[in-house]
Design a protein around this ligand. Structure first.
Ligand code: MN
Length: 200
């Protein structure tokens, strides 16, 4: 079973003005599509074809670097599209809000720490809000297309929110202003999807 590019759950221009349509079109149709194609090529005829992308990530140290880069790319982008939505943003509620307050004190403090992780990741990578094995929330970042599910990650956990900080994710609209892109991201966070991932 080859992996497939998931459809974007909204139009390319749905996240404007925070993320522009041209960026979304290239990001989904070219970048994510290439990760899927290259992942499929890297695992063709191997037992990994029958594993989920999560299972592959959890044992990523067993596989060639092409699987790490492209498998991570496929997992990360699949999550990224779903944790954003048009007419979203605002603040989390319910059990997720309680867990955020327990871990960070306030929602604003979570945003500050997350934005710092996004700005501080040198080169290309991701900022993450994760749930650790004890159910506690934490913020981390990973290089390249690594993610916190991977056995090679410095800080491990289940990602419930992620921000792509590769230049391809923001350069057309924000050029070198990664912090502005990270700040704008909060206007499109799909908290109901994040809450669903937190509850799992
Ligand atoms: Mn990307």
């Amino acid at each position: 079973m080859a992996f497939t590019l998931p459809a974007l759950p909204y139009a390319f221009n749905a996240l404007e003005p925070h993320i522009d349509a041209r960026t979304m079109e290239i990001h989904h149709g070219k970048h994510h599509n290439a990760y899927v194609t290259n992942l499929n090529n890297a695992i063709a005829g191997k037992p990994e074809e029958n594993l989920s992308i999560e299972e592959i990530c959890k044992n990523i140290s067993k596989y060639p670097i092409a699987v790490r880069n492209n498998g991570g790319g496929h997992y990360n982008h699949s999550l990224f599209w779903t944790v954003m939505a048009p007419n979203a943003g605002g603040a989390p509620t319910g059990a997720l809000a309680d867990a955020i307050n327990a871990a960070f004190g306030t929602f604003d403090e979570l945003k500050t720490k997350f934005n710092t992780a996004a700005a501080g990741r040198f080169g290309s990578g991701w900022a993450w809000l994760i749930k650790d094995s004890a159910g506690k929330l934490a913020i981390t970042s990973t290089p390249n297309q690594d993610n916190p599910l991977m056995d090679v990650a410095e800080v491990k956990g289940t990602p419930i929110l992620g921000l792509d900080v590769w230049e391809h994710a923001y350069y057309l609209n924000y050029q070198n202003r990664r912090p502005d892109y990270a700040a704008a991201f909060w206007n499109v966070v799909n908290w109901s999807e994040v809450a669903k991932r937190f509850a799992k």
